[in-house]
Design a protein around this ligand. Structure first.
Ligand code: GLC
Ligand code: CA
Length: 554
């Protein structure tokens, strides 16, 4: 594997709308992010991925872009963006933007022009089909519910949107569209951006010609996955994009890639892959159900372990996967992966260490370093996210009572991760002096950055130690490039693996409340990290306390 500048880094995702509000309008913004760069530097962060802050109607919170060359005034100005890049650079930090090019906003100029003249140049930037009464061009179900077809205003045509109707899909088959995308990427890279997180990219290749697939729910529609499984040739687009953009800049790119096949991994993230890295969503894929969120499987500690190891084995040393516990589309990892009732500082630290020490690039989502938890939603009215609202309806349609539907979508709602960052115990979690766009999690008085800063035993302090360990010159080679070998794989509620490089490290977590004992072949040399104060009594027969995690040098 060719070594790259970003391999030994630690990345952090910011959801700008909820990070820090500098001007009291209740919406997080770029000056707010700039004012918190030192907080991130102190944590040990190198790479910062910003969820979209381009000009947007915010129908899907910025994942619907109306101008790829502008910053939405609610987030700040282009000067703020330039200042953010410069201030990050001063601190040896790198900024990634979100590249959202499967679709744009219906308020983008291209779409407006397509409406004016659907047979003209911009009509071909989208997927348009003639409207037929009583019949849709295909029976695909949008990710956010309902059919993927919508009337093109002022015309006798319909357009395709695999996400929300305010997110028309861009036609990647059209070379003119691709040129526009590459021009924009290069424009940002010329500004000094370090790279991109690449949104929903697996959707850019459609199986042509369009056709229906077998309906899989009462609505007569079919999951997008059925079409995507038949779509061949995405590599031509992705390879071209890499060659025309990222490659020339040695930029970092991380793809939001779901359901890749094992033999495609080298193409995606091998030495000459389309992307530098891709996220591991194995737990999410494992837990999901074709029927909707209400039917999602809970993920047990043994499932969690198996999912992590499956990915690790699949990737091996072919490339560098990006490991996450959560992101802006997922519930809080501590609420999802720690058995109910057991969420506490110890279990949060255990989960952190088990995930962070996997081979690959660790991404921390804002607030994860504080152990932020899911929100106790009291009513569907408290939820802003379009996806959650749709899934609530899906649950009701499937026969759930309103209480059951709310409970089901609360577990997975994207708003769990989108409430304001909990900076302090002050009003509104110290996020804003105004009215926050989304209510903070009421637990902010207990869980917040300020109270954890000076506490050496806080979750945040533990994350700092984990990051420092990854950067420690003595262990860096092993942690970054060493192989990963699972141990005691069949032990219930125990997750353990070796990382082997020029050193051998053992990472072991007791994924339950009751203690359990492991026996090492040889005594360990040194404890590098322990979420309990006391060292084990023996260095060979080790009794692990509830949710204890150890990183041992062997
Ligand atoms: C990705 C984003 C998600 C967004 C969707 C459509 O999955 O992470 O937030 O809703 O794409 O852009
Ligand atoms: Ca603001």
């Amino acid at each position: 594997m060719i070594r790259k500048w970003w391999h030994d880094k630690v990345a952090y995702q910011i959801y700008p709308k909820s990070f820090y509000d500098s001007n009291g309008d209740g919406i997080g913004d770029l000056p707010g992010i700039i004012s918190k760069l030192d907080y991130l530097k102190d944590l040990g962060i190198d790479i910062i991925w910003l969820s979209p802050c381009y000009r947007s109607p915010l129908a899907d919170q910025g994942y619907d872009i109306s101008d790829y060359y502008d910053i939405d005034p609610r987030f700040g100005t282009m000067e703020d963006m330039d200042r953010l890049i410069a201030e990050a650079k001063k601190r040896n930090m790198y900024i990634l933007m979100d590249l959202v090019v499967n679709h744009c906003s219906d308020e983008h100029e291209w779409f407006q022009k397509a409406c004016e003249d659907p047979d003209g140049e911009y009509g071909n930037f989208f997927y348009l089909r003639d409207k037929k009464e009583g019949e849709l061009p295909t029976n695909w179900r949008s990710y956010f519910g309902g059919p993927v077809w919508e009337d093109l205003p002022g015309t006798n045509k319909q357009y395709l949107h695999v996400f929300h109707k305010k997110q028309p899909d861009l036609n990647w088959e059209n070379p003119r569209l691709r040129e526009e995308v590459y021009k924009n990427i290069n424009w940002w890279l010329d500004k000094g951006l370090a790279g991109f997180r690449i949104d929903a990219i697996i959707n850019i290749k459609k199986a042509l010609p369009f056709k229906n697939y077998a309906p899989d729910r009462e609505d007569g529609l079919t999951s997008m996955h059925n079409m995507l499984a038949e779509a061949k040739g995405i590599g031509e687009f992705l390879g071209e994009m890499r060659a025309r953009t990222f490659q020339k800049y040695d930029a970092f790119s991380v793809g939001e890639v779901f359901n890749e096949k094992e033999d495609e991994i080298p193409d995606f993230i091998g030495d000459n892959g389309y992307f530098s890295s891709m996220f591991d969503f194995n737990e999410t894929v494992f837990g999901s159900s074709q029927n909707g969120w209400y039917d999602a499987k809970p993920i047990t500690p043994d499932d969690y372990k198996r999912c992590c190891f499956e990915t690790q084995q699949k990737i091996g040393s072919t490339g560098f996967v990006s490991n996450i516990i959560e992101n802006h589309d997922e519930p809080r990892g501590v609420s999802r992966y720690i058995p109910q009732g057991d969420c506490c500082p110890e279990s949060k630290k255990m989960l952190a260490a088990l995930n962070f020490m996997l081979r690959g690039l660790p991404f921390i989502y804002q607030g994860q370093e504080l152990g932020m938890e899911n929100v106790p939603f009291q009513s569907i009215e408290e939820i802003d996210d379009i996806s959650t609202k749709d899934e609530y309806q899906v649950a009701l349609d499937a026969g759930c009572t309103p209480e059951e539907a709310l409970a089901a979508v609360s577990r997975l709602s994207r708003d769990n991760a989108r409430t304001p960052m909990q900076w302090s115990a002050e009003e509104n979690a110290g996020f804003t002096t105004g009215t926050p766009w989304l209510k903070p999690n009421p637990n902010y008085t207990a869980i917040n950055a300020a109270s954890q800063e000076t506490d050496p035993d806080s979750v945040r302090s533990f994350y700092k130690k984990l990051i420092a360990l990854r950067k420690n010159p003595e262990y860096k080679e092993t942690i970054v490039y060493g192989t990963l070998e699972p141990v005691w794989e069949d032990r219930h509620n125990l997750m353990a693996y070796y990382r082997k490089g020029d050193k051998t490290l053992l990472v072991v977590g007791n994924y339950q409340r009751a203690s359990q004992t492991i026996t090492l072949d040889v005594p360990y040399k040194k404890i590098l990290l322990n979420n309990y104060k006391d060292a084990p009594k023996s260095s060979q027969a080790i009794e692990l306390q509830g949710y204890q995690v150890l990183i041992l040098e062997m």
